[in-house]
Design a binder for this molecule. Structure first.
Ligand code: AMP
Ligand code: MG
Length: 278
């Protein structure tokens, strides 16, 4: 690997510092990612190395069942929530990873409190779960489109912090990634969705409605990232204009989280000399 930033360096470059979050502004956060990975070639090599390491770590985690990992993936339409998930876990056994997408709540979901559909899909020990959209939609789209009274939305930041703290204290690490793209890049990607026949199914006219609300979404993201970056579950802003760099940065962070869990293969509970196989 010619030029791979350390996991710590990637953390420092992307984290929303829980202590300094009052001064946080998305406009000051890069969308390109070239300050972390100057060359795309290095990013590609780093992603490959990390995707393999993620598989090894997941295997150990599954074997020892000491804890779980929840990756919360948020970002505006076309920011690459699907693509990042696919790339970071491309070598991981599907036995140990589950991905859940959260769209408009169903009738059943809306009849419960908003965290119900999230909690029931939180990982059990040994597993990695990815949330493609998450509890944060309830302070993002719900806020921007006035789908709940402002007072209720206001209460949710602390409720989400308490929910994530509870998960953390019960053995689930929570890694939160906000995929940060520029408005220009989103414009290009939406055009691509209309132009490329294989991508047309991804286009939804409501994406254009949301694009008109760009500034309101950015503000809602800033508030959510500011108020819900905590010591137990900090937010990371991942520059997402370059797909390759985005995936490589996310993979460094996911690998770091798994390494921090220090998973090891458990003692099998027998001596090898107890058995002979003919
Ligand atoms: P997609 O991720 O492209 O499949 O789109 C899912 C859509 O569901 C997005 O427009 C989200 O904003 C929307 N969505 C997700 N969660 C909620 C929620 N709690 N309330 C209303 N809309 C939501
Ligand atoms: Mg969409």
């Amino acid at each position: 690997m010619s030029d791979q930033p350390s996991i710590d360096a990637v953390r420092v470059a992307t984290v929303v510092d829980p202590k300094k979050s009052k001064s946080f502004s998305l406009k000051e956060r890069p969308t390109k990612g070239d300050a972390i990975f100057e060359s795309k070639k290095d990013a590609k090599a780093s992603l490959d190395e990390d995707a393999l390491a993620i598989n090894d770590l997941q295997d150990k985690m599954f074997a020892c069942k000491a804890g779980a990992l929840l990756v919360v993936m948020q970002g505006i339409d076309t920011s690459g929530k699907d693509g990042t998930t696919k790339e970071c876990f491309k070598y991981t056994s599907p036995l140990g990873v589950n991905v859940f997408g959260f769209g408009k709540p169903t009738e059943e979901e809306i009849a419960h409190d908003y965290l119900w559909r999230l909690h029931v899909r939180a990982p059990k020990k040994g597993y990695i779960h990815v949330f493609n959209r998450s509890q944060y939609e309830d302070v993002l789209v719900v806020k921007v489109r006035n789908l709940a009274p402002p007072k209720q939305v206001e209460q949710r930041y602390e409720q989400i912090n308490a929910f994530e703290k509870m998960l953390h204290e019960n053995g689930t690490r929570v890694l939160k990634l906000m995929l940060h793209i520029s408005k220009e890049e989103q414009g290009e990607r939406l055009k691509e969705r209309l132009e490329v026949p294989e991508k047309r199914w991804k286009f939804n006219p409501s994406d254009l409605e949301d694009r008109k609300l760009w500034e309101k979404y950015q503000e809602a993201y800033e508030t959510a990232l500011q108020r819900c970056s905590t010591a137990h579950a900090p937010w990371h802003v991942v520059p997402a204009d370059s797909r390759t760099r985005r995936d490589a940065i996310a993979a460094r962070l996911i690998r770091g989280e798994l390494e921090a869990m220090k998973p090891t293969y458990p003692d099998p509970g027998y001596r090898l000399d107890q058995f002979s196989i003919d």
